[in-house]
Design a binder for this molecule. Structure first.
Ligand code: GDP
Length: 359
């Protein structure tokens, strides 16, 4: 899928840059443009992709300090500037736009839903969100911000792909130490998913097409991505078991939202050298994904890639009903209530007893 990426806020910018670099290093050319938008000048200065500073009149390049309502207002006021910078970059070949943000902060949390809405109004191609959820141990403000941002994003975006900050790093690392590792994992895994429909070699019936990726992202739903890989054998018959075990691992322990396994629709992509990808193994693994997710709409296909390994990517759409999502929304609601209780104004307390949309 040919995409243009727009990172909003610190995490958004870093993840966007990591994705653009991975795509470039691999020579996939799925990422056709990358822009980082922020209200904090210093965060933009550390990036090597194109940047757009917003909110100068309000915060003078200093960021919004975790105030996502201010982040939303600033984006609202300066949308014209961002849209102007994008002019001419979202060409006819682009099949989707991804707005990337950490949902727990301020600029990305507040700004991403506003930007998604504006992009969806202007462009005919799907506008997706790639959102990073705060880990369990991040503070109440992060949880509350992310809850409201997510609610609004899901309403505005064609689909919202989530990565939980607790998911893709080794246990033992603090979330902070793990940022680089998480960003690299996102770049590789989401990068492979985007490129999987772009294979030029070995195009055939079994090769995944970008329309299959697009069709798996369901309108208004939350999606998660699972990944695992293993050394491939020279003998493709031996890889039948490897395809099954990596797909299982991707689904059971490798998803971007831990334990999310229920889905309305799913896509299984097996990547590796064409001669090492076992037809039977892919089909068996696809049926396993059907059984485990309870979805009857599981697509499956290959991604020819010059690698000694066999990798399984599982895109799950409709994970909002998973325990993990319920647990997160509960955490976000409680954090929001805590914030409301510490507010001296009883009228505000009354207003805040539910998670409100951001706008
Ligand atoms: P903003 O600049 O105001 O949008 O705020 P941030 O992007 O720093 O958002 C804060 C949230 O994103 C918190 O939940 C952080 O844990 C998370 N975060 C910040 N930087 C990174 C990063 O580089 N990678 C990842 N995965 N998460 C990050």
């Amino acid at each position: 899928m040919k995409v243009v990426l727009i990172g909003v806020g610190q995490a958004g910018g870093k993840v966007t840059q990591a994705l653009a670099e991975f795509d470039n290093r691999m020579g996939f050319d799925a990422v056709r443009g990358a822009l980082a938008v922020n209200s904090a000048k210093a965060d933009l200065q550390s990036l090597s992709i194109d940047t757009c500073l917003i909110g100068q009149a309000r915060v003078n390049g200093h960021g919004v300090g975790g105030d996502n309502e201010l982040g939303a207002e600033i984006m609202q006021e300066d949308t014209g500037e961002v849209m102007g910078q994008l002019d001419g970059r979202i060409t006819a070949e682009a099949e989707g736009i991804f707005v990337v943000a950490g949902l727990g902060g301020g600029t990305g949390s507040g700004g991403a839903p506003v930007l998604v809405r504006e992009l969806a109004r202007v462009y005919d191609i799907p506008v997706y969100a790639l959102g990073v959820l705060p880990g369990r141990d991040e503070g109440a403000m992060y949880q509350a911000n992310a809850g409201r941002s997510l609610k609004t994003l899901v309403r505005e975006a064609d689909s919202t792909l989530l990565v939980d900050n607790d998911a893709w790093h080794s246990s033992g690392d603090s979330v902070g130490d793990a940022f680089d590792a998480i960003n690299q994992a996102i770049a590789q895994r989401v990068g492979l998913l985007l490129a999987s429909g772009e294979a030029i070699e070995g195009v055939g019936e079994s090769v995944v097409d970008s329309s299959e990726v697009i069709n798996t992202f369901r309108e208004g739903e939350i999606s998660a991505l699972g990944y695992a890989s293993a050394t491939a054998s020279e003998d493709s018959a031996e890889n039948i078991n490897t395809a099954m075990s990596t797909a299982r691992q991707a689904l059971f322990t490798g998803t971007s939202l831990p334990d999310a396994r229920t889905a309305d629709a799913a896509l299984l992509v097996v990547a590796g050298r064409p001669e090492s990808i076992p037809r039977k193994g892919v089909e068996r693994a696809r049926r396993m994904v059907e059984d485990e997710t309870g979805s009857l709409q599981v697509r499956g296909g290959d991604f020819p890639l010059d690698s000694d390994r066999l990798a399984a990517l599982v895109l799950l759409s409709g994970v909002e009903r998973s325990d993990r999502m319920e647990e997160f929304m509960k955490r976000a609601r409680e954090a929001n209530e805590q914030q409301a209780e510490s507010d001296a104004d009883p009228a505000a307390q009354f207003q805040n007893d539910e998670l409100n949309d951001l706008f």
